[in-house]
Ligand binder design. Structure first.
Ligand code: DSN
Length: 426
């Protein structure tokens, strides 16, 4: 019998060397992005670095395969091995989060949310979600997003006094609106969310409860944030933020919603699943089941609190006074600047953040009053509380003198020097 020329994967030629030869332009841009990632302090709260194992699975031959359907029930032949991968991802997610049913096919967080709405709602149904301007997400009913066009969203926000969710006000709004669905979860909220209280409100008005836990999924997995799964009909998440997996989305739900969720994802919203991405999710979910992931998640919180203390002590106001999770929202206006100047100046110092509206902000979204700062990525690289305090001191120095090119260049050099000891994984 003729031997197939296929080499085992671990003996194949290095794909990076092949790319360099085949397409130097793309190779060079990737190389520059790798260098940027190595030399910058990444404080965007939604970003992280995957392990080499996740990267290998995500960049694998599974990108070649179509597999519409679910494991064991596909519309294409040749799915016997991708079925193994997808089932591993499902089983690991169920174990990690204690969910009754999981769909790992959503390509990202936004389609996961839209598919969840399709499963739970009819067009025109009333939904309550956190306002984008108070920390919610585009897909939580923003007027210019599909969610806000198809469903009748009513936004709730944080208290003007505490800048934290006001559950009495949410209850009052629910009694007035009588929504079909109450949605919780945020992209820029530094405090724990009380899912039990939200379930009580939902029950009182006979509403369904959905949580988008994208930002906090890693903290939930480590049991360091209240767990939404027991209280919710449906939970959506991304897999690449605190959960530290391949980029993508996932839906977890009670068994009674399983069929509707699966049908909403495919054929309702998407076509073929991205199996290479699902392989990356499976590997990351396996990593999150290890005891070391809990240590990582605790470090995310400890590092953020150390940085928050330092920023606060220097006179920068923190929304809600601090943080319980992986991020802080920093009001930079006490230093006489807005978020756009802050983002730009910090970027020149090698510190990447994003400008962010603060609750009740009187400035515009392209130059708001604040910045959002998160710890997941640099915690992955191994930085501890001392390094986070040092970064905060550099940030304060830059924000005090955003026009001082010499100071900023000197901090950028110190940033590079510090990061040399903390290589990007993969
Ligand atoms: N873009 C993400 C974030 O930065 O929070 C949300 O999808």
């Amino acid at each position: 019998m003729t031997q197939s020329p296929l080499l085992p994967w671990d003996q194949s030629p290095d794909p990076r060397a092949i790319l360099k030869e085949a397409d130097p332009a793309v190779f060079e841009a990737i190389e520059k992005e790798r260098r940027r990632q190595q030399d910058h302090i990444e404080l965007i709260a939604s970003e992280n670095y995957v392990s080499a194992a996740v990267l290998a699975a995500d960049g694998s031959a599974l990108t070649n395969k179509y597999a519409e359907g679910l494991p064991g029930a596909r519309y294409y032949g040749g799915c016997e091995y991708v079925d193994i991968v997808e089932q591993l991802a499902i089983d690991r997610a169920k174990k990690l989060f204690g969910a009754e049913h999981v769909n790992v096919q959503p390509h990202a967080g936004a389609p996961a949310n839209i598919a969840a709405y399709m499963a739970l709602l009819q067009p025109g149904d009333k939904v309550m979600g956190m306002k984008l301007s108070h920390g919610g997400h585009l897909t939580h009913g923003a007027k210019f997003n599909l969610s806000g066009k198809i469903y009748e969203f009513h936004g709730y926000g944080v208290s003007p006094q505490t800048e934290m969710l006001d559950y009495d006000a949410i209850r009052d709004l629910a009694l007035e609106v009588r929504p079909r669905l109450i949605l919780a979860g945020a992209s820029a909220y530094p405090r724990k969310i009380d899912f039990k209280a939200l379930r009580q409100i939902a029950d009182e008005v006979d509403a369904l409860l959905m949580v988008d836990m994208a930002h906090i999924a890693g903290l939930v997995a480590a049991r360091l944030h209240p767990d939404p799964i027991p209280y919710c009909d449906v939970v959506t998440t991304t897999t690449h933020k605190t959960l530290r997996g391949a980029r993508g989305g996932m839906i977890l739900c009670k068994a009674e919603w399983a069929r509707k969720v699966d049908k909403a994802v495919f054929p309702g919203l998407q076509g073929g699943p991205l199996l290479h991405q699902i392989a990356g999710k499976a590997v990351a979910l396996g990593e999150a089941l290890q005891p070391s992931f809990k240590v990582y998640a605790q470090n995310i919180i400890d590092n953020m609190q150390a940085m928050a203390d330092e920023l606060n002590a220097a006179g920068l106001r923190l929304v809600s006074g601090g943080t319980d999770n992986h991020l802080v929202l920093v009001d930079v206006t006490p230093f006489g600047i807005g978020g756009a100047i802050a983002e730009d100046a910090l970027g020149r110092a090698g510190i990447t953040v994003n400008k962010n509206l603060l609750p009740y902000d009187t400035r515009k979204s392209m130059d708001p009053s604040g910045i959002r700062v998160g710890s997941p990525a640099m915690t992955t690289r191994g930085l501890g509380q001392e390094e986070f305090r040092q970064i905060a001191r550099w940030m304060v120095a830059v924000l005090r003198k955003p026009d001082d090119g010499e100071l900023i260049a000197s901090i950028a050099a110190q940033v590079k020097e510090m990061l040399a000891a903390f290589p990007v994984p993969g």
